[in-house]
Design a protein around this ligand. Structure first.
Ligand code: GLC
Length: 535
């Protein structure tokens, strides 16, 4: 089936919730499904069309939900299947779609399949995972590493074999070449689609296959972790991926309107574009804006590259943060006036492609500082004192100024950022020029103006020093976006053709900006983001 140009996920905005940290309804210090349901009015008011929930399946939490012990159930700490059905129902009433996180590269070692698999080489489930005999002298079968530290192989003496895990050892990798595994996992998609979800985020999907001959990865000595010292020729992006994506697409298309976005693990822009080609995944993540320098020149280059790489019949995504990386506000060392965060929001929400907002970014939440004793994330624990842990961006949502920020009445699993007494939803909702209201207006104008939700992307600047400008355009309307990355005021010259048109201001982060464009140049205040429209 061809991508529908009017699909909700092309025009909408997706909001990522890390369920442990969003809202705790039963006051045990951990967020839950009923907590999310209670906040649906807030999310509707913000204007988002879909919620991507980080995993809610049963999990021993060695990697906080990304180690699943049952793909077809809900973890009791988040609630029951009834609670989930209720969430879907209430979300649908508000025109909000639910997207689940499917973690299918690996399961938990507590999954029934793995428990069986390690019982004996003859067990029916043995081949569900990647087992291998030791190399000479009992050594590991090859040089593959775990991203989370150490070798990628774990020895099981009772079997005299190793199993492979790309992440922690409690996350054994599944063997997607086994036809029963493939069928069972495709059935997981079918099960949740039937339950009423409208899409999936596919965790590290491009890792599903590993080299059938288990060849060593070539060595290249760059990077902090041993994992980075290799070229990942054989443990990722194998050719079997493309036909599997066609099968996944077929399952998705069996329920029209279903969406899936793949987490392109380690892959750059080209890889991300390849996997969202027509007939494959409806969306993939390109993480170019999540890391690296934040200036007009670098961003323009990354944005153009992504826009050009994606097939004209496909649809990009835009992302600036998630549960694995530092928050945008932390990265920008933003002062408390939020001008730069408004600019980042304007960029995220006016580019071509589905924008993903990470919970709390709409109020400018910052990463918390976590001391060694309080570390939760296995990556943080393994690499300490290197600051590679991901707890910082997973702190409880800041709803109000109370002791635990309105997230819970009990001490939460991770501490609340001390700035919650000034930076919280309540306070920002009451201030008309707050970051929250800026996000809300951006989402609103994106919905109201087809040039923003569907239009082509036409850059007006090339290699800009400070001011980035672009048009978004359909046959019926044109929107002009101008972003000043300098803290000083700047001028942007429109050129004769554009200057002759009748531009009306849709939104500006500068409350004093003119409502129409009167001259051949636009005067911009420091870090200003302004959006104009003409028909
Ligand atoms: C993805 C997730 C990350 C998780 C890893 C292993 O990268 O985003 O949180 O630890 O996969 O499942």
């Amino acid at each position: 089936m061809k991508n529908d140009p009017n699909a909700w996920w092309r025009q909408g905005v997706i909001y990522q919730i890390y369920p442990r940290s969003f809202a705790d309804s039963n006051q045990d210090g951990i967020g839950d499904l009923n907590g999310i349901t209670k906040k649906l009015d807030y999310l509707q008011d913000l204007g988002v069309n879909a919620l991507w929930l980080s995993p809610i399946n049963p999990s021993p939490d060695k990697d906080f939900g990304y180690d699943v012990s049952n793909y077809l159930d809900i973890d009791p700490k988040y609630g029951t299947m009834k609670d989930f059905e209720h969430l879907i129902h209430e979300a649908r009433k508000r025109d909000i779609h639910i997207i689940l996180d499917l973690v299918l590269n690996h399961s938990s070692d507590q999954h029934r399949w793995f428990i069986e698999s390690r019982k004996s080489k003859n067990n029916l489930y043995h081949d569900f995972y990647l087992w291998h005999d030791p190399a000479k002298g009992g050594r590991v079968p090859n040089n593959w590493q775990s991203v989370f530290g150490g070798k990628g192989w774990e020895y099981v003496p009772e079997l005299g074999q190793y199993y492979y895990h790309m992440f922690v050892k409690e996350q054994p990798d599944l063997n997607w070449r086994n036809p029963t595994v493939r069928k069972e996992l495709l059935d997981v998609f079918r099960f949740w689609l039937k339950k009423g979800v409208d899409g999936f985020r596919l965790d590290v999907f491009n890792n599903y296959f590993k080299d059938a001959r288990f060849r060593d990865n070539p060595i290249n000595r760059l990077g902090i972790r041993p994992f980075d010292w290799q070229t990942h020729s054989y443990d990722t992006d194998q050719p079997e991926m493309l036909p599997l994506l066609q099968d996944i697409r077929e399952v998705l298309d069996s329920k029209p309107g279903s969406y899936a976005v793949g987490e392109t693990f380690m892959g750059g822009v080209k890889m991300a574009a390849k996997y969202c080609a027509p007939g494959l995944l409806p969306g993939t993540f390109n993480f170019a804006m999540v890391r690296g320098a934040w200036n007009a020149r670098t961003l323009q280059r990354k944005i153009n590259e992504w826009d050009q790489a994606v097939d004209e019949h496909s649809w990009p995504t835009q992302v600036m943060g998630n549960h694995d990386v530092r928050r945008i506000a932390t990265r920008l060392h933003a002062s408390q006036d939020d001008q730069r965060l408004k600019q980042a929001a304007a960029l995220l929400l006016t580019l071509r492609g589905t924008p993903f907002i990470y919970y709390g970014d709409e109020i400018g939440m910052r990463d918390i500082h976590v001391s060694k004793a309080d570390l939760q994330d296995p990556v943080g624990v393994h690499y300490w004192p290197l600051p590679l842990g991901r707890d910082g961006c997973r702190s409880p949502m800041q709803w109000d100024e109370s002791e635990f920020s309105g997230f819970s009445t009990q001490k939460p699993w991770l501490k609340v950022h001390p700035n919650h007494t000034q930076r919280n939803v309540n306070q920002q909702r009451s201030e008309k020029d707050s970051l929250f209201h800026f996000y809300r207006k951006l989402i609103h104008i994106r919905k109201e103006n087809e040039a923003l939700s569907q239009g082509m992307f036409l850059p007006l600047t090339y290699d800009p020093l400070f001011v980035m400008a672009y048009l978004r355009q359909t046959a019926n309307e044109t929107v002009l976006v101008v972003l000043n990355f300098n803290r000083r005021k700047m001028k942007f010259f429109l050129g004769r053709e554009l200057a002759n048109r009748n531009w009306q201001l849709l939104l500006s982060s500068n409350p004093e900006q003119e409502t129409t464009l009167q001259s051949s140049f636009l005067q911009l205040s420091g870090y200003e983001a302004s959006i104009y429209k003409t028909i």
